[in-house]
Design a protein around this ligand. Structure first.
Ligand SMILES: Cc1cc2nc3c(=O)[nH]c(=O)nc-3n(C[C@H](O)[C@H](O)[C@H](O)COP(=O)(O)O)c2cc1C
Length: 285
């Protein structure tokens, strides 16, 4: 059983025991990963292309590829939260999520965007710091964007970006965040679909080994993302620009693919099952 912690506005809202959310991760996020996090007490998430897990699970839509509203509503019928990222908060999307019976969340990069999400009817926001792995909406470090967003909105605020240790989780909760969202650390769990080469590269990397770039832009131009520097260096040599990260079974060489990584990557030293990662991350709360 997960440890019993004092509740936060986030745990009360979504109905999971721990103030911890798995990041939805395109290309490597799986139902099994979300299931493991939910069973361990957090909120599991899947990208909208994957089947949601049972229990406390949400699904994320990337706005540049958002489906019609009735698809959002249908997806929302099978999840606890429907979440949106990388686009201006849109009331019609939020209403579609609510019509399906789910809570609605928006991952934002600024206080202004958070206010717009609240005005659009969202039930919570995710404040993303520039430390985050994957596509990065914000321009401020977590320590700046979280207080700014907390001051701007009344709904619960989840903090995302570069969080990979129990110490950092405790610091971010102490900042006032209602929950912490973690991506990169879960990429290394066996339940993810990440290729072994990607996992090994993450385990070997130090905190200085990530870079913010707009290189991997095929089909999604003008959207900055944080990756391992060695993958970017290789891609510049080969000209590879696809956005999909290295997944198990991919036929392309992995070394020049988009190895998304947050700035907490230097703290990730082993590949643990997701349930053990959850237990480790919350142990100082
Ligand atoms: C491999 C990878 C894929 C990601 N894909 C998505 C996605 O499809 N949708 C989304 O909302 N966020 C995505 N993100 C960003 C996360 O939501 C989150 O902001 C980020 O993982 C937090 O930083 P961290 O990786 O340092 O924990 C992705 C992140 C990673 C590492």
């Amino acid at each position: 059983m997960p440890p019993v912690l004092s509740s936060t506005r986030f745990t009360d809202l979504v109905g999971c025991p721990l103030p911890l959310q798995l990041a939805a991760m395109g290309g490597v996020g799986t139902t099994a990963l979300a299931e493991a996090v939910a069973t361990a007490g957090g909120l599991g998430m899947v990208p909208s292309s994957e089947t949601p897990a049972s229990g406390a699970c949400g699904s994320t839509f990337l706005m540049p590829f958002a489906p019609p509203l009735d698809v959002v509503r249908e997806t929302a019928m099978a999840v606890r939260v429907a979440e949106f990222f990388y686009g201006d908060p849109d009331r019609r999307m939020v209403e579609a999520a609510h019509r399906g019976g789910a809570l609605a969340g928006w991952q934002v990069g600024s206080a202004g965007e958070a206010s717009a999400a609240e005005e659009a009817g969202c039930d919570y926001v995710v404040a993303q710091g520039i430390e985050a792995g994957g596509h990065v909406r914000g321009t401020q470090p977590l320590a700046e964007v979280v207080p700014a967003v907390l001051a701007a909105v009344r709904i619960p605020v989840v903090a995302a970006g570069g969080v990979a240790t129990s110490r950092r989780v405790a610091e971010v909760i102490a900042m006032g965040a209602d929950a912490v969202r973690v991506g990169t650390r879960f990429v290394t769990s066996p339940e993810s679909r990440a290729h072994t080469d990607y996992v090994v590269s993450l385990l070997e990397a130090s905190s200085e080994d990530t870079v913010l770039t707009d290189w991997f832009s095929e089909g999604w131009p003008g959207a900055p993302h944080r990756v391992l520097r060695r993958a970017l260096d290789s891609a510049r040599e080969t000209g590879w620009r696809q956005t999909v990260p290295p997944y198990r079974g991919v036929e392309h060489t992995t070394s020049d693919m988009a190895m998304y990584a947050g700035m907490g990557v230097g703290d990730i030293i082993d590949s643990l099952p997701a349930a053990e990662v959850v237990a480790d991350l919350v142990r100082l709360l």
